[in-house]
Ligand binder design. Structure first.
Ligand code: HAM
Length: 425
């Protein structure tokens, strides 16, 4: 037998048994985004490598170790996008969507990072990202957080998620803090692990993110970023908190939340859960007021977030949500061979007449009992059975698969009524 070719490690097939949950999630989020007036943007999956280097930052894990970068046939360096913000800003600048106007946009799709795969962490994963431009006040930051909180409520996930919040303040404030932090960390260099020593000069704030218990005590005593906040950032943060308080959204001010991408300033936030093991961040984002200009556009304030679809779908799976819509409403089968063509005709006719109804026709023949078993497995509410008698009398037998109700034989007209009622349910 020929050797089977396997999928690439960390790049998953999403199987028919799983796509129902994905579609449910996608439908809920599309509705939610529409209810806030956000429009969809679709960007390419491949971009010039420099785009990510210049935005995410040369000395971040993503750019240093995780990008899928290759030379194309012209010798240009291209990269499979590791995230969507950089592409969104690139597209916004290129098409004049950002300057002197406000924009609220979202995107959905695969991202690629060469990380070590484990539960909730993959090399191809999917994000829903939301980006807003031209708005600098805390009102829009609050709107984004309120929107995510509403999503958790709709999905039944609120009780499993905690909001962590911080402000990275202005670039100047962060630079001053960076100096103080580096000095402190040097004093304690004996406790630093290998990773942190490497980061000491390049990206010391990321050391705060370390989960290494041997450094916990030392990091707890480290200088705090909030001690270096500039006045405007302090007010911005306080106003954001006031808005969250007014909306009844609880949060934890996590002084050590710094994010792994370089473009952030002021507000940063993450929604985290304990129910997924090590990969507990399901949604993360913040303000990036400098990025549009950094990528060649005119200075434009911006704030956004992205959520990891796999992680949220895993949470939904764990909940085993019953709210999943059924995929087939009606299963049509032929009890006798002479009814096979009429059954196919009936299926087409129903699709013409009853919009929104999901109709599956039994294909492949087989014994009646086996066909009924398939009807049951399909999850359909009704089985419609055609046999010699039904075809002759222009009738259909209905079997109720999910109710204690005797089967009945109806005319086509009466059938259409029953099916219409099913769509409304
Ligand atoms: P990020 O924190 O790198 O931010 O990713 C956002 C979310 O994507 C994470 O919280 C996680 O749920 C999911 N995620 C990231 N990497 C993986 C992975 N390897 N496997 C599965 N899920 C993953 C960004 O990407 C920013 N662009 C967010 C943003 C938008 N900030 C402003 N606007």
């Amino acid at each position: 037998m020929a050797k089977q070719i396997q999928a690439i490690r960390g790049m998953n097939d999403i199987l028919p048994e799983q796509t129902g949950r994905w579609q449910y999630f996608e439908a809920v989020i599309r509705d939610l985004l529409a209810s806030y007036g956000y429009s969809e943007i679709r960007m390419p999956i491949v971009e010039q490598t420099d785009l990510f280097k210049r935005s995410i930052g040369e000395v971040t894990d993503i750019v240093e170790k995780e990008m899928y970068t290759f030379d194309d046939r012209n010798g240009d360096s291209l990269t499979l996008r590791p995230e969507g913000t950089a592409s969104c800003v690139r597209a916004g600048n290129e098409h004049g969507l950002l300057y002197n106007q406000t924009r609220r946009m979202w995107y959905m799709g695969p991202m690629f990072r060469h990380e070590r795969p484990q539960k909730g962490r993959y090399r191809q994963f999917h994000q829903v990202g939301v980006e807003t431009f031209g708005l600098q006040g805390p009102d829009i930051d609050a709107e984004l957080i309120l929107m995510t909180a509403r999503l958790w409520k709709k999905l039944g996930l609120s009780q499993f998620l905690t909001l962590e919040l911080n402000s990275l303040a202005s670039n100047a404030a962060r630079a001053a803090y960076r100096e103080a932090l580096t000095a402190y960390l040097r004093e304690h260099s004996a406790v630093l692990d290998e990773d942190s020593v490497r980061r000491l000069d390049s990206n010391p704030l990321r050391i705060l993110d370390s989960k290494n218990p041997a450094m916990a005590e030392m990091l707890a005593q480290a200088p705090k970023l909030s001690e270096y906040w500039d006045e405007e950032s302090r007010v911005h943060f306080a106003e954001l908190c006031a808005r969250l308080d007014a909306a009844g959204i609880s949060y934890v001010h996590n002084e050590r939340l710094v994010r792994g991408l370089d473009y952030y300033n002021r507000t940063v936030f993450e929604w985290v859960t304990e129910s997924l093991g090590a990969q507990g961040t399901v949604c993360a984002g913040g303000r990036y007021d400098g990025l549009v200009e950094q990528l060649g556009g005119k200075a434009t304030p911006a704030v956004g977030f992205a959520m990891g679809v796999e992680r949220l779908v895993l949470m939904l799976e764990q909940l085993d949500q019953q709210s999943l819509p059924r995929e087939v409403d009606v299963y049509i089968l032929a009890a006798t061979q002479d009814a096979e063509i009429p059954a196919q005709q009936l299926a087409e006719q129903i699709r013409d007449q009853v919009t929104g109804l999901r109709v599956m026709l039994h294909c492949g023949g087989g014994k009646f009992a086996k066909q009924m078993k398939k009807a049951d497995q399909s999850g359909a509410e009704l089985a419609l059975i055609l046999g010699t008698d039904e075809v002759q009398n222009e009738q259909v037998t209905i079997k109720y698969l999910r109710q204690e109700k005797a089967q009945e034989t109806l005319t086509y007209a009466a059938l259409t009524e029953v099916l219409g009622a099913l769509v409304a349910k």
